[in-house]
Structure formats: C-alpha cells, structure tokens
Design a protein around this ligand. Structure first.
Ligand code: KIV
Length: 272
C-alpha cells in the first residue's frame, strides 16, 4: 500500500475530498488507516483521552508518545502531529526545534500548528527547512481564552475578512493544507475558493477540499457531540453492554468458563 505524502494531500486541491480523522492510539490508528488520507494526532488528545478541560496543558512529550503509537500502526495515511500550546508561538527557532523533535521521534510526516498572519513567518521558516506544515485557522482551541470560548468564528464581515487573510498568509507561507475549524459556512467556502491549498473543514463547509472529525465523536465514544458531527456508530453503548454482561457473568461465576482456564498436562503413561 502506498503511503499518502504531504505532496499527495496538496495535489488533491479541488479533487476528491480528503478524508481525515484524529487518532491517538495504536489500535484505533490500525482500524482507521485503510479508510483515511490523513490521521491527525491532535492535541485534542488532552480533552478526549486525558479528560482535560482544554488543550492548553498538553505537553510535547505527550504528543510525541501518541504520535509514535499512531505512526507505528499506520501504513497508508499521512500522519500529522499537533504542536501543542507554547511549543511554537515564541519564535520560528523554537518552532523548528520542537517540530524537528516531533518528526524525528514520532515518525510522523508533518506537524500542525494554529494561527494566521502572526504565524506566517514561522510556517515559512519550517517549510523551507524540510518540515511540512498543516495550518489551522478559524476557531483555534489553543486560543480558547482569547477567542472567548469554543465558539464559531467569522460571523461579522470584519471577522470573515480576517479569517481569509489568515488562510492566505498561511498558504502563501508554504503550508500544504489548512484546517478550517468552526467558521460560518460561507466563509469556509470562500477560503476554499480563494486559497491555493486544500482546506480541511471541521464545523465548516461541505465545499471544503476535505473533512476532519474527532474520531471519538464519530463513533459515539464521547458522551455528547457538537451539532456539526454525525455519529456513525455508538461504540460507547457497545462497551457499556459488554461491561454489564461481563460483570453479571463474574458475579454468577459464569466467567471464566472451562474454555477460559489453563489445564495441567496429563501425566505420561497414565490411564485414559
Ligand atoms: O486537535 C485536534 O483534534 C484538531 C482537530 C479538531 C482539527 O485540531
């Protein structure tokens, strides 16, 4: 199976939509890999896996550990790892140092970072030094306090123009694609029509060049999902039912059964 490269992703501008999902662990990466073009090891791992309120305290080491698990367990998808809050905003040199660690230690093909105009210099610094970058504009979870919570962006004409300017700046700086999160549909459609690299929407527009969702939302492992998610399965209900049956079987001594225990070898020469 041929692995999807960041160049393949870039070449999909205006073509067959890119299929992207988050993955944080080896077993989930293995299951998703044949179906997707991009596996994103998002810093949403902090909220989804570690039960944190937001992504701000996720560390670089955490991202590298989850990134390595996902990269080891996928053959086809282009694995991208988020640079977490505080590991790239200070300077292009800081971003390069940390992004280089992510690629070297996780085996991922690219990093993602949040931001627009203010991050363009950093995106240019990384991409001209061999580090492919996936941009991220619109709702930026790492800017949760600055943006006033997890709320849709681009509702006013000024806000819409700012998102467009952000996307143009990141694309022109060399990003191979841009995640457009939580923006008014018409704004996401305009960004897609105007910028030269693929847009990957989440809570954005069907007109984006691709879509991404948090896998736990998609499969019903999150207690509830935002309105832009379609839950394709209810895996949480399956786990709940399995745990209930296991608990009843243990309490009734129905588990372990004869088939689930080790037997001693028969003595040599013994009867029967
Ligand atoms: O961290 C993440 O999972 C993300 C996606 C929601 C795009 O950034």
């Amino acid at each position: 199976m041929n692995a999807v490269t960041t160049r393949d992703v870039l070449a999909r501008k205006g073509g067959t939509p890119l299929v992207c999902l988050t993955a944080y662990t080896a077993p989930v990466a293995r299951l998703l890999d044949p179906h997707v073009d991009v596996l994103l090891v998002g810093d949403s791992v902090g909220m989804v896996v570690y039960g944190l309120e937001n992504t701000l305290s996720v560390s670089l080491d955490t991202m590298i550990a989850h990134g390595a698990a996902v990269a080891r367990s996928s053959e086809r998808a282009c694995v991208v790892v988020d640079l977490p809050f505080g590991t790239y905003q200070e300077s292009p040199a800081q971003a390069f140092r940390n992004a280089a660690r992510v690629l070297a230690e996780s085996g991922a093909r690219a990093v993602k970072l949040e931001g627009g105009l203010e991050m363009a210099e950093t995106v240019g610094f990384l991409t001209t030094r061999g580090i492919p970058v996936l941009g991220h504009v619109g709702l930026q979870p790492q800017a949760v306090h600055a943006q006033g919570g997890f709320r849709a962006q681009g509702r006013s004409p000024e806000a819409a123009e700012a998102i467009l300017a952000d996307a143009h700046a990141i694309a022109e700086a060399g990003a191979f694609a841009i995640v457009v999160e939580g923006v008014v549909e018409s704004v996401a459609a305009r960004v897609t029509a105007e910028v030269g690299v693929p847009t990957i929407g989440i809570g954005a527009s069907p007109r984006c060049d691709g879509q991404i969702l948090v896998t736990d939302d998609l499969v019903g492992l999150s207690p509830s999902s935002p309105s832009f998610v379609h839950r394709y399965a209810e895996v949480g209900e399956t786990i709940d039912a399995a745990a209930a049956r296991y608990a009843a079987d243990v309490r009734n001594r129905a588990f372990p059964s004869d088939a689930n225990v080790y037997k001693a070898k028969r003595a040599a020469g013994g009867a029967g």
